[in-house]
Design a protein around this ligand. Structure first.
Ligand SMILES: Cc1cc2nc3c(=O)[nH]c(=O)nc-3n(C[C@H](O)[C@H](O)[C@H](O)COP(=O)(O)O)c2cc1C
Length: 206
């Protein structure tokens, strides 16, 4: 059985530090045998949730834009990686807008009690959070992490692991820290490897 992992990039810099970490994690997942797809969220064309609440009764959103095919992709995916810098002590606005539009999944799961994610997918779906921040503060990821956790819960991905790198204002270039690049690769590889291991053993996400 094929396994698919989607990586969401929250940074607009496609060659920036966050992108480098996500690319390594996706390379790891691909080396473990997964099909991988990167979505550069800042380049998508969509509006924020307008609270039309069409999704209260329907399996999709009334607003038709770049989010429309993404809802379908997320039904099918086997694990998700969110890679994002901290901005204004949270996640970047466009990525937050992307996550808010998953109200479609929220309504299905928590209001209609008819989740869009099939039980056999939910069993093994995991979420990996890769975060970087400019500042070196102990609580710098608190806001972002709460949002990422909520997104994973809404999309039926177990919050599996994280790689949080502070102090990028000092580090500047992540390639100066090869051990962190390696860590991103290993986490991506492990995320992918577990999917195949469990599929063979018939066990579930932990
Ligand atoms: C608009 C904006 C807001 C930011 N706000 C914060 C912040 O509140 N706290 C923090 O630690 N770093 C903040 N940063 C710094 C970024 O997290 C940091 O530069 C990160 O390394 C950027 O990653 P990238 O180059 O991959 O986009 C901000 C950066 C930008 C551009």
């Amino acid at each position: 059985m094929g396994m698919k992992i989607i990586g969401l990039l929250g940074s607009p810099l496609v060659k920036g530090n966050t992108a480098k970490l996500l690319d390594q994690a996706l390379r790891g997942a691909a080396d473990a045998g997964c099909e991988v797809e990167k979505i550069v969220v800042p380049f998508l064309d969509f509006s924020p949730c307008m609270e039309i609440m069409y999704c209260k009764e329907h399996e999709t959103c009334k607003m038709k834009d770049d989010m429309t095919p993404i809802y379908e992709k997320f039904r099918d995916v086997d694990s998700v990686i969110v890679a994002t810098p901290v901005m204004t002590m949270g996640i970047p606005g466009k990525l937050k807008g992307f996550m808010d539009r998953f109200q479609v999944y929220f309504m299905a799961k928590f209001v209609r009690k008819q989740p869009l994610v099939a039980p056999e997918k939910k069993k093994h779906r995991r979420g990996l959070y890769i975060g970087i921040s400019g500042m070196n503060l102990p609580y710098v990821f608190d806001g972002a992490k709460m949002t990422v956790q909520a997104f994973f819960q809404i999309t039926d991905c177990k919050y599996w692991d994280e790689l949080l790198i502070r102090d990028m204002d000092t580090i500047q270039d992540i390639t100066m820290k090869p051990e962190l690049i390696e860590m991103a690769y290993k986490k991506g590889y492990e995320l992918g490897r577990l999917l195949f291991e469990e599929n063979e053993a018939g066990t579930s996400a932990s």
